[in-house]
Design a protein around this ligand. Structure first.
Ligand code: FE2
Length: 203
């Protein structure tokens, strides 16, 4: 059973003006589709991968080809990313908001640290809010399409939010100004979904 490109959970223009329709269309229909297709090629070529979930594949990448890591990560990361956003202007609440304030002082201070990690990720990659292996919230970044679920990364944990800092995520509207994209991205974060992920990770 091949992996399928999941549809966007909203319209291509739902995140305007923060993320423009053209970016969303290319990002989902071209980039995410390419990761999905290439992941399926690796699965077809390795019987040990067949029938495994994407989480199982990412948890056992050691010794596997770099292309499986890159395309499996690209497949999972983008699905997670689409589901992390909403055009409805959500605000942090509940246990996640409390935990962020306990850790960073305020939600604004947390956002500043997260954005700094996104700016500091050299080249292409991702910035994450995770529940780490110690059960605490943490900010981490990964190169390429790596993510904190992979057995081959240094900082592992359960992702709560992730922002894509590849240029393909922001170049049409923000050109080379990644810090502006990182700041604006909070307008479209789905804090309800993040809160549910946090409760599940802590539960
Ligand atoms: Fe991307």
């Amino acid at each position: 059973m091949a992996f399928e490109l999941p549809p966007l959970p909203y319209a291509y223009d739902a995140l305007e003006p923060t993320i423009d329709q053209e970016t969303m269309t290319l990002h989902h229909d071209k980039h995410h589709k390419a990761y999905t297709d290439k992941l399926n090629e690796f699965v077809e070529g390795d019987s040990a991968l067949q029938g495994k979930s994407i989480e199982e594949i990412m948890g056992a990448l050691s010794g596997k080809p770099a292309g499986l890591r890159n395309n499996g990560g690209g497949y999972w990361n983008h699905d997670f990313f689409w589901k992390s956003m909403s055009g409805e202007g959500k605000q942090p609440s509940g246990a996640l908001k409390d935990a962020i304030e306990a850790k960073w002082g305020s939600v604004d201070d947390f956002k500043e640290q997260f954005n700094a990690a996104g700016v500091g990720q050299f080249g292409s990659g991702w910035v994450w809010l995770i529940v780490g292996q110690d059960g605490e919230l943490a900010i981490t970044s990964t190169p390429n399409q790596d993510n904190p679920l992979m057995d081959v990364v240094d900082v592992k944990g359960t992702p709560i939010l992730g922002n894509d800092v590849w240029e393909h995520a922001y170049y049409i509207s923000y050109r080379n100004v990644r810090p502006d994209y990182l700041k604006a991205w909070w307008n479209v974060v789905d804090w309800d979904v993040a809160g549910q992920r946090y409760e599940a990770a802590k539960g």
